[in-house]
Design a protein around this ligand. Structure first.
Ligand code: ATP
Length: 162
């Protein structure tokens, strides 16, 4: 089975309304003119992430991918964990892929949400801030929801992080 190693981020920003998190609405090439939606017609959100480049440390990948996909630059707080899944490629020879994605908690440093390169619109419909307390139920994948829960627990037990 093919293997892919990616890294991504839960990037948080403290505001007067509480913690906000940078999320993306992925654009699915196989869903035609419709957006990615659940039965309840909710738009699905995902965490920004991408493949670890050769020679790159996964935490660097996480910061780079978050910046490229959301427009926002973060700095590393710490590692949240790894998620694993398999999927079947929809293109080419339809190979099965085993994937590991490492997620990192990042603190907002600079940038404006959704100010991303035109080329990135192939993958990202838009990037948005979502309240961290709502992020868990808005994310499409269970593994990513677990990462958000860990981020919330960390921020609760480390109030100095604000
Ligand atoms: P990357 O963002 O790492 O460059 P990609 O966009 O090429 O990767 P994925 O986001 O891994 O690919 O998506 C490949 C397939 O896996 C899609 O069908 C997607 O719906 C599914 N998928 C993505 N994330 C998860 C997850 N956390 N759990 C289960 N399936 C997932």
């Amino acid at each position: 089975m093919l293997r892919e190693i990616s890294a991504g981020g839960v990037l948080v920003r403290r505001t007067a309304e509480g913690w906000m998190m940078a999320a993306i609405e992925p654009k699915k090439e196989d869903s035609g003119p419709r957006d990615v939606k659940t039965d309840s017609q909710k738009v699905l959100l995902a965490l920004p992430k991408g493949l670890v480049d050769p020679g790159e440390r996964p935490e660097q990948t996480a910061i780079r991918e978050v910046r490229e996909e959301t427009g926002v630059t973060g700095s590393l707080i710490g590692k949240l964990g790894d998620i694993k899944y398999t999927y079947v490629r929809s293109w080419g020879d339809k190979q099965r892929v085993f994937k590991i994605v490492s997620f990192y908690l990042l603190r907002y440093e600079a940038g404006r949400i959704d100010e991303i390169a035109d080329a990135m619109r192939i993958e990202v419909k838009r990037a948005i801030w979502v309240p961290l307390v709502e992020a868990e139920r808005k994310l499409a994948y269970r593994g990513e929801r677990d990462m958000v829960r860990r981020a919330q627990e960390y921020l609760k037990s480390h109030p100095e992080a604000a």
